[in-house]
Design a protein around this ligand. Structure first.
Ligand SMILES: [Zn+2]
Length: 239
C-alpha cells in the first residue's frame, strides 16, 4: 500500500451518477477518489463492513444559530404547518437569546450537521456569528452575513455589523477554513433596495430568500395578507 493510497471495502458504494454498487471497493488517493468498483476487482486495505459510502451532503441553506428551535414548541421535535406561526417563534427566539447562546446553538447544530454526513453548508448568520464554529470544523462553507431592514436606521445597523465582520475575515483565514464569506440581503419584503444594491456591488457571493411560502407571494403581489399583519405586529412594516 502506498502511503497516499487507501482502498476500503463496504457493503455499498453509492457513486450517485450511477446505481449503488453492492460489495464494493473505493480507493482514496490523496484528497480524491481514485477508483471505485466491485470488491472482487481489487484488493482492499480495510473492510468497513455493513456500511454505505456516499458523497458528502450539501446543505445549501442553513441558519445554524437558530438550532434552539430544533426541539419544537412542545419538545417533540415537530413544528406546526403554519409558517407565520413558525416565523413568530423564530423572531421571539432571536430577540430573547443572547449572542453567547446563539453562538453555542450554532456550534451544536454544526456538530449535528457534520454527524449527519454533511460536508458543505451555505449558512446565513447574524454578523458572522456562526463563522468561528464553521472555521474550526471539518466542513466547507459559504457563510453569508445577513443584512435586513426596510427602515433606514435598521438597515444601516445590520449593514454596519455585517461589514465589520467581513473586514475581520482575511483571505488567508478563508483559505485555511475552506470557507468563503458572502452577504445575504434577507428578503424583498424585509430588506431595503439599497441593501440589495450594495450587496451586489460588493462582488461577494450572495444569498436571499425569495418567496419561501405562499404568504410571501401574496405580500409581494398584493401587499397584504398574514405576512403583512405579521410584519405590522413586530414593528417591521413600512408603507
Ligand atoms: Zn432561510
Amino acid at each position: 500500500m502506498r502511503r497516499d493510497t487507501l482502498t476500503v471495502r463496504a457493503r455499498y458504494v453509492v457513486p450517485v451518477e450511477g446505481a449503488p454498487i453492492a460489495d464494493a471497493c473505493l480507493t482514496i488517493q490523496g484528497p480524491r477518489v481514485g477508483w471505485l468498483g466491485p470488491a472482487a476487482d481489487r484488493r482492499h486495505d480495510l473492510d468497513l463492513g455493513n456500511v454505505a459510502i456516499l458523497p458528502g451532503f450539501v446543505n445549501a441553506h442553513t441558519h445554524l444559530e437558530l438550532s434552539p428551535l430544533a426541539d419544537g414548541p412542545d419538545g417533540t421535535g415537530s413544528w406546526p404547518e403554519d409558517e407565520i406561526d413558525w416565523l413568530r417563534r423564530v423572531i421571539a427566539q432571536r430577540r430573547s437569546g443572547s449572542d453567547e447562546s446563539l453562538r453555542q446553538a450554532a456550534e451544536r447544530n454544526l456538530a449535528a450537521t457534520i454527524r449527519s454526513g454533511t460536508t458543505f453548508v451555505a449558512d446565513s448568520t447574524t454578523a458572522g456569528m456562526s463563522w468561528p464554529a464553521i472555521a474550526a470544523a471539518p466542513i466547507r462553507a459559504v457563510v453569508f452575513a445577513e443584512v435586513i431592514g426596510l427602515r433606514r436606521e435598521r438597515g444601516l445597523h445590520t449593514d454596519a455589523a455585517a461589514w465589520e465582520w467581513l473586514a475581520s475575515v482575511r483571505p488567508e483565514n478563508q483559505i485555511a477554513a475552506c470557507a468563503r464569506v458572502g452577504l445575504s440581503p434577507h428578503a424583498p419584503y424585509s430588506t431595503a433596495g439599497w441593501l440589495y444594491h450594495k450587496a451586489v456591488a460588493s462582488g461577494l457571493p450572495l444569498s436571499t430568500h425569495l418567496a419561501e411560502m405562499p404568504e410571501e407571494l401574496r405580500l409581494l403581489a398584493y401587499h397584504d395578507g398574514p405576512m403583512r399583519r405579521f410584519l405590522e405586529d413586530i414593528g417591521a412594516w413600512d408603507d
